[in-house]
Design a protein around this ligand. Structure first.
Ligand SMILES: [Mg+2]
Length: 185
């Protein structure tokens, strides 16, 4: 099968990683329970930042958010390696900014994910992911973000939602644990 994956908050726990960085940078100690209840993709509200300040904070921390020690979700690395070993074609489709593409690809490889250079797509807007998903003729695509998932209705690709606090209203098949991904093939 041809299987596509978003990266941030689908394969890796990026927002939680950023939440801990925000705590450090802002000298706060918000407990992780707060993180798990944030109903939006953006994480700035519990830190009492305005939307503008939140955007700036994300920009200012982007280097550390993207390229330090953000953990992969449990079983994600093993699952994708097993899929590749079983002969499935793995694709990555991330809307991280274009200028971060080469380093993102290198970072994802360094975490142990199976990456073929020609199967790594980066730098598109959320609403542009659908064009890549269609042109690659993916059998399955996994993402977490409502702004992306809402554009993926009625295409031939089976869409799977990586279950998160902010995407509970999205109506697609839901994945809560990477160890169970094979049940969806
Ligand atoms: Mg994502």
């Amino acid at each position: 099968m041809r299987i596509g994956f978003d990266i941030d908050d689908t394969l890796i726990d990026l927002r939680q990683h950023a939440f801990h960085l925000y705590n450090k940078k802002l000298n706060k100690a918000l407990p992780v329970e707060i993180y798990h209840q944030i109903p939006t993709v953006e994480i700035h509200a519990p830190f009492e930042l305005t939307s503008e300040q939140g955007k700036q904070m994300w920009q200012d921390c982007m280097e550390e958010i993207y390229f330090t020690d953000c953990p992969a979700f449990d079983a994600a690395v093993d699952t994708l390696n097993q899929l590749a070993a079983d002969g499935h074609e793995i694709f990555y489709i991330t809307s991280r900014p274009k200028h971060h593409c080469p380093r993102t690809k290198a970072w994802v490889k360094a975490q142990g994910f199976p990456v073929k250079d020609e199967n790594f797509f980066c730098g598109m807007a959320d609403h542009e992911k659908i064009d890549i998903i269609k042109s690659l003729k993916l059998d399955i695509y996994v993402d977490d973000k409502p702004a992306v998932l809402d554009t993926l209705q009625g295409i031939g690709t089976k869409i799977i939602v990586r279950d998160r606090s902010y995407n509970q209203d999205v109506k697609h098949t839901r994945l809560t644990d990477w160890a169970t991904f094979k049940n969806y093939l």
